[in-house]
Write a protein that binds this ligand. Structure first.
Ligand code: SF4
Length: 301
């Protein structure tokens, strides 16, 4: 396969994407990154957006095997903020460069439909920003109620398009069910943010190529591909972290597949160095997710 021939195609298939993900030759990498940078420039210019993430609870009723927040974990200090505490925190940090606020929690039913609706209503009344909910899978009735309250976007990742691996890591949900939720959210008017994890245990580049094609099929307005980060006291704590070069290539391919979608650089400061963030911006990403506020404060205590 010739790289130039692939880059000239309007549609890419899984085999061609897998080829791009496996490039190691510097000159070929340069061609891929130049092309994705040119697509970004053409459709989004030099735009750089900032998203403020407010993590208001780190309780979770799920038990994903790679996650230190899973329900039975005793290694994390748990916290929950009241709706009014959330509003105070937003007020204390908000600045005009922020284009989007993400309200984030684990799967935490402590926050019922009305509590979240109240938060949405107050935030949309006070700030001129898009509001994204990152509350994992909830009921279809709740999605509708929160849309009605003013929420703009919903972040729900599928993590992997390999259904066997999905069930291995995330026991409470099934891949088909997750995809139905994402499609439903889109159908009722949310702009959606979705993506995969790069570097999951047992993952192949063929899997990632299929993930990227699934992202294209779902047509999200925002894409979030995160690197796998082994977390303490989990089954996968000794697994290698996601390879940055592979993430770079996946980001470039995402830009080729969905030229107008926002591509978000994931939040945690330990994911990326400043240089790595710069590289991601250059080759196709356009939005930086700031580190979750509550998490940042916990580290300082
Ligand atoms: S649902 Fe999210 S927060 Fe909860 S255990 Fe799974 S990965 Fe962790």
């Amino acid at each position: 396969m010739q790289i130039q021939e692939i880059l000239n195609k309007a549609q890419l298939n899984a085999e061609e994407i897998n080829f791009l993900l496996n490039i190691s030759d510097e000159a070929e990498l340069d061609l891929l990154f130049r092309k994705s940078a040119a697509v970004k420039q053409l459709f989004l210019g030099r735009s750089k957006n900032k998203i403020l993430t407010i993590q208001f609870s780190n309780y979770c009723e799920n038990s994903c095997l790679y996650c230190e927040l899973r329900e039975e974990s005793i290694s994390v200090k748990r916290f929950r903020l009241t709706p009014d505490e959330v509003l105070e925190k937003i007020d204390s940090i908000f600045n005009s460069g922020i284009t989007n606020i993400i309200l984030q929690s684990g799967a935490d039913s402590h926050y019922d439909t009305d509590m979240i609706s109240y938060l949405i209503y107050k935030i949309k009344k006070e700030y001129e920003v898009e509001l994204t909910l990152d509350l994992l899978q909830r009921s279809f009735d709740e999605y509708r109620a929160w849309k009605f309250s003013g929420a703009d976007n919903y972040l729900l990742k599928f993590n992997t398009s390999n259904s066997g691996n999905f069930s291995l890591f995330t026991q409470e949900n099934k891949l088909d069910e997750r995809l139905n939720h994402i499609r439903y959210l889109k159908r009722i008017g949310y702009k959606i943010c979705t993506g995969n994890i790069i570097g999951l245990p047992h993952q192949t580049t063929e899997d990632i190529a299929k993930d990227l094609l699934l992202i294209k099929k779902l047509k999200p307005e925002m894409i979030l591909n995160t690197p796998f980060t082994p977390q303490q006291f989990t089954k996968y704590q000794k697994s290698p972290k996601g390879d940055f070069n592979l993430l770079l290539k996946a980001t470039a391919v995402s830009r080729l597949l969905l030229s107008k979608s926002n591509i978000i650089i994931a939040s945690s400061s330990n994911f990326f160095s400043i240089d790595e963030k710069k590289q991601l911006f250059e080759i196709g990403a356009d939005t930086l997710m700031l580190e979750p506020l509550a998490q940042r404060e916990l580290k300082n205590n």
